[in-house]
Design a protein around this ligand. Structure first.
Ligand code: KIV
Length: 301
């Protein structure tokens, strides 16, 4: 018998590294139960803060999942972040489908457990409830678990139509970037008694129509906190809305300090004190969960 060591069989070899961002076979959090609507409702009821970030590609999606993020949003902010547009107005449904598919694939590759939301872009839901259903179908078939749409009032019936047809919906009030031209810029919304009352009324109507989540962007912290207490079946997710909301969302590139312009007041750069991207994402999740982010004195109005 020869003493020559046998060549290892392929099955005993470590998987070969592939170039361009190798994904692990499984997320470190693969054991976590998948985040679902009932789990989100339970977190909301128990007062556990919901940590959300945007994601636009497979690698960052897998990293955010590994960091323990609850929800990822394929935001139409990809128009600015990935496509170099001046606003979200130019983002197409096909672009949203492409990025939703990429993020969803990244999560599937690592058996990710994160809840995935995708934005209905400008012009893909305003025409009719049927148009909204067709557009939402494209994003759900690309892997989204929920769609988000902007605005209150006329959107209420669209939300009801989608929810009745089995599509979970996240609404979005306050600064709604798709209507930035009508709003006159990226400004705080809901200031003053009548604007605040209108925003509250629209939020209640959206909850009654079945919206399970509501992004509140750039609204006074006191208003967002009051609404959060009032809405029992719709979890508020703040961005520039203070610490009183049920959860928080930030644009991924902003919170990683990947921004050459002026950082919005409501952003904290989690890379500033972190040795890498994964620890920065973990620090964000922890800061949202323990309510140390946002700090109303720094990040709110
Ligand atoms: O498009 C987006 O990224 C968003 C978040 C800012 C909430 O809507």
């Amino acid at each position: 018998m020869s003493n020559t060591p046998s060549t290892p069989t392929p099955s005993s070899e470590a998987p070969a590294a592939t170039p361009y961002g190798t994904l692990p076979p499984a997320s470190p959090l693969a054991q976590r139960k998948p985040v679902s609507l009932p789990r989100l409702a339970d977190m909301h009821a128990r007062g556990e803060k919901i940590a959300m970030l945007t994601a636009y590609d497979a690698t960052f999606a897998a990293m955010a999942d590994a960091a323990g993020i609850d929800c990822l949003l394929v935001g139409d902010s990809l128009g600015m972040v990935c496509q170099g547009l001046n606003s979200t107005v130019g983002v197409s449904l096909e672009a949203m489908r492409y990025h939703t598919d990429s993020v969803s694939r990244g999560l599937r590759r690592v058996q990710g457990t994160t809840w995935l939301i995708a934005d209905l872009p400008f012009g893909s839901y305003q025409e009719s409830r049927e148009q909204a259903l067709r557009s939402a179908t494209v994003l759900m078939q690309a892997g989204a678990h929920m769609v988000k749409l902007e605005g209150g009032g006329w959107t209420t019936e669209t939300v009801r139509f989608l929810v009745e047809r089995g599509i979970p919906v996240c609404a979005h009030l306050g600064l709604t970037p798709q209507t930035v031209h009508a709003l006159g810029g990226y400004r705080v919304q809901g200031k003053g008694d009548s604007a605040g009352a209108l925003l509250k009324q629209q939020a209640h109507a959206l909850q009654d129509a079945g919206a399970a989540m509501l992004v509140l962007e750039m609204v006074p912290a006191a208003l967002a906190a009051e609404l959060t207490t009032e809405l029992k079946h719709c979890a508020t997710i703040g961005i520039g809305a203070g610490k009183g909301t049920a959860g928080q969302v930030l644009v991924l590139h902003d919170m990683l300090g990947i921004n050459l312009g002026k950082m919005p007041k409501f952003v904290r750069n989690f890379m500033a004190d972190a040795p890498g991207v994964l620890p920065a994402l973990q620090a964000y999740v922890q800061a949202v969960k323990n309510s140390s982010f946002p700090d109303d004195r720094l990040h709110a109005w």
